[in-house]
Design a protein around this ligand. Structure first.
Ligand SMILES: [Zn+2]
Length: 416
């Protein structure tokens, strides 16, 4: 958009709302001097600043920039003919001149107003209906969330986020009954979040606010945000500010889905044991290991992805066990997806895990695989096929406490 248009429109909207430059500055958390300089044309605001002002004034400056100049042109052309718009309206009802043309204009106008009124009523009805729908949705949702509210939700405000990301986080949390207010946001030259002051209200008694400046790569390891843990036995149900980093270990299959089997031995049991071992061996106060399942229960892939994305983890490691056509198929596979949002980080993690696991078993290399979980989680993710149940050596390792310990230790080594 033209900055000069924005400047004019800002003055116009500000004055129409009866606000001073100081009022706008306060609402946008920008200095009064900056507003002055924008309005005087001294500085050209960045698009992120225009967005913030749009939000604060409840007016979309991106949309209206063109319309404004059209109105100006129209006014100019009518002035040039020496008639005011009011003159045209009065003249329209004067049927002594151009009678037929005016009657048809008036008829068209009448029909248009009629249709508009009709549509307006339809729209009002639709709004009433959608309100009713919202009510029933909300009722449904309170049912859904009472089921869903067993898990943990964690939001991280990192330097990787843009203005649009913040808006989508706010909407997503709204749908979960958590209200976020951004009191202040600043962005760097790449339009990435550099400072934030936020208020969180879980609307169940848990609320708080926090503020951080210089949210840059220098404190990449510091996670700023909040969490709400709905688990019944949660030791800390709500937290805000610096957060623990989370690593998710996903034990594949479970419940009615045994995964691969060899005789009485099922994949679902081996991977659950491995996940528990990894959690047990990994001890770091600043990182929390969360398992997608810690018992023999079925969990649909969709639910796993939702569960993981609610947590915004650092890494996701999904554990599986292979079954070959031949007994000779042996060793582990590490899979990643180039459709993952953090494709590069996923690959790096895959390489480190491959290197570490090679100390205890043969590697079949790391491969790109478009698996649902790898593609759909919003975190770097790998899937490890820990070995072949169909191979006697691998089977012995995967089912013995000693073998499981060796594998778990090699994975923990990478996460440390
Ligand atoms: Zn599997």
């Amino acid at each position: 958009m033209q900055t000069s248009n924005f400047r004019k429109k800002l003055i116009e909207v500000r004055q129409a709302k009866g606000l001073t430059q100081d009022d706008v500055a306060e609402q946008c958390n920008i200095s009064s001097r900056t507003i002055q300089r924008i309005e005087s044309g001294e500085v050209q605001p960045r698009s992120s600043t225009i967005k913030i002002i749009s939000e604060a004034l409840g007016f979309d400056f991106f949309e209206t920039s063109n319309t404004g100049s059209d109105v100006e042109n129209l006014n100019q052309s009518s002035k040039m003919k020496g008639h005011t718009p009011l003159w045209y309206i009065k003249d329209l009802f004067n049927l002594k001149t151009n009678t037929m043309r005016k009657i048809s204009i008036l008829t068209t106008l009448g029909i248009t107003i009629g249709i508009a009124l009709f549509l307006f009523r339809l729209d009002t009805n639709a709004q009433i209906n959608s309100k009713q729908e919202n009510v029933s949705l909300a009722e449904n949702e309170s049912f859904i969330t009472s089921v869903e509210k067993k898990g943990k939700i964690q939001v991280v405000f990192s330097n990787e986020l843009t203005f649009d990301d913040l808006i989508s986080i706010k909407r997503r949390m709204d749908s979960k009954g958590i209200t976020i207010n951004f009191k202040k946001v600043e962005f760097d030259e790449f339009n990435h979040l550099s400072a934030i002051e936020y208020e969180v209200d879980c609307n169940d008694g848990y609320a708080g606010s926090y503020s951080v400046s210089n949210l840059d790569s220098s404190n990449e390891n510091k996670k700023i945000g909040f969490y709400r843990d709905y688990s019944e036995n949660a030791s800390s149900p709500f937290g805000l500010g610096p957060l623990k980093r989370i690593i998710v270990i996903d034990a594949g299959h479970g419940g009615v889905d045994p995964g691969n089997s060899n005789g009485a031995i099922n994949e679902k049991e081996i991977v659950l044991n491995m996940a528990n071992k990894i959690k047990e061996l990994f001890k770091r106060p600043d990182i929390e290991i969360i398992l997608t399942r810690d018992s023999d229960k079925f969990m649909a892939l969709n639910d796993r992805v939702n569960f993981i994305n609610n947590l915004n983890p650092e890494y996701v490691i999904s554990l599986h066990v292979n079954l070959g056509k031949n007994e000779s198929n042996k060793g582990f596979d590490v899979l990643f997806s180039d459709k993952n949002k953090f494709n590069e980080k996923s690959k790096r993690l895959a390489a480190e895990i491959t290197k570490s696991l090679q100390k205890v078993n043969a590697s079949n290399g790391m491969n790109n695989a478009g698996l649902f979980i790898l593609k759909n989680v919003n975190s770097p993710a790998v899937l490890i096929e820990l070995g072949y149940l169909s191979n006697p050596e691998d089977k012995a390792m995967l089912t013995s406490a000693e073998g499981q310990n060796q594998i778990a230790k090699r994975i923990v080594e990478v996460l440390k």
